[in-house]
Design a protein around this ligand. Structure first.
Ligand code: ATP
Ligand code: MG
Length: 251
């Protein structure tokens, strides 16, 4: 099996004392949905930022789609990020841009030779694929519901047809109905893009086990356990058991 992401002996400290990531080794398989779980502050978001090349490792190696991130110049890294789409927790839309403009933005930035019509047509298609109706295209983010904002964020993440889609806590703070909608959206989006890789960082255990087919649990900046649903439910690691217990009790 090919890996979309390969991480070797990754260490990260921001202050030279505390290690946020410690000797982290992880392969994320291509073509699947991987979910990353773990208690708060265990380094999940920092790991995602390393994969995006937004944060530099203190030591260790990160290969994304077969390319060593450390070997790239800053300009190459910016170009390379076209292969990655990200949906952050609060969708992080540009507040002063309409729905359509938000999705056109990365296309204008990275497809400099495209005609305006082609840019708008692509953005509109991504919005429709993400379940947004055309009547909302000229609204501002403040005029949308939470679920609609997620859909626009997803459309923007998909704008450049990325090979890897990353989600950081896509459902945190949403009600159960919206959570289910976003989980479905992650799955259907993945199914619509055969061969693509999805990486979902989540607190939501239900999502972790129902959306992902490969699950990774981090603890203290390292990988505590990885595998499928069975691996986790059969594990006798106390921390895994307590995480499962706490997560499923909340529902
Ligand atoms: N830019 C930064 N500078 C210094 N410390 C940081 C920085 N970013 C993250 N950290 C620290 O790294 C640790 C891990 O943070 P991270 O955001 O990855 O946690 P997380 O697992 O995503 O938690 P949560 O589930 O709450 O989102 C935390 O102790 C945090 O304070
Ligand atoms: Mg986080």
């Amino acid at each position: 099996m090919k890996n979309a992401v390969e991480i070797h002996s990754l260490n990260k400290t921001f202050d030279g004392m505390d290690y946020v990531l410690k000797n982290l080794n992880l392969n994320i398989p291509e073509g699947h949905i991987t979910t990353i779980i773990g208690f708060s502050g265990t380094g999940k978001s920092v790991l995602l930022k390393h994969i995006l090349g937004l944060v530099q490792p203190s030591s260790g190696r990160i290969c994304v789609l077969g390319k060593d991130l450390a070997a790239m110049s800053p300009e190459e890294l910016i170009d390379f990020r076209c292969h990655l789409g990200v949906l952050f927790q609060h969708a992080a839309l540009f507040d002063d841009m309409t729905v359509l403009e938000n999705v056109c933005f990365p296309i204008i930035e990275h497809r400099r030779n495209w005609e305006t019509d082609a840019i708008i047509e692509t953005a509109a298609r991504k919005l429709k694929d993400s379940g947004m109706e055309e009547k909302h295209f000229h609204k501002l983010p403040s005029e949308l519901s939470g679920g609609q904002r997620k859909r626009v964020g997803l459309a923007r993440a998909l704008a450049l047809d990325p090979e890897i889609l990353l989600y950081d806590e896509p459902t945190t703070g949403l009600d159960p109905i919206l959570t289910e909608m976003v989980d479905d959206l992650i799955r259907t989006t993945h199914d619509k893009h055969p061969g693509s890789t999805s990486i979902v960082v989540t607190h939501d255990l239900h999502a972790a086990f129902n959306v992902g087919n490969f699950i990774v649990m981090l603890d203290k900046g390292g990988v505590l356990l990885q595998g499928n649903r069975d691996t986790f439910f059969k594990s006798d690691i106390p921390l895994v058991q307590s995480f499962l217990e706490k997560g499923f009790k909340k529902e």
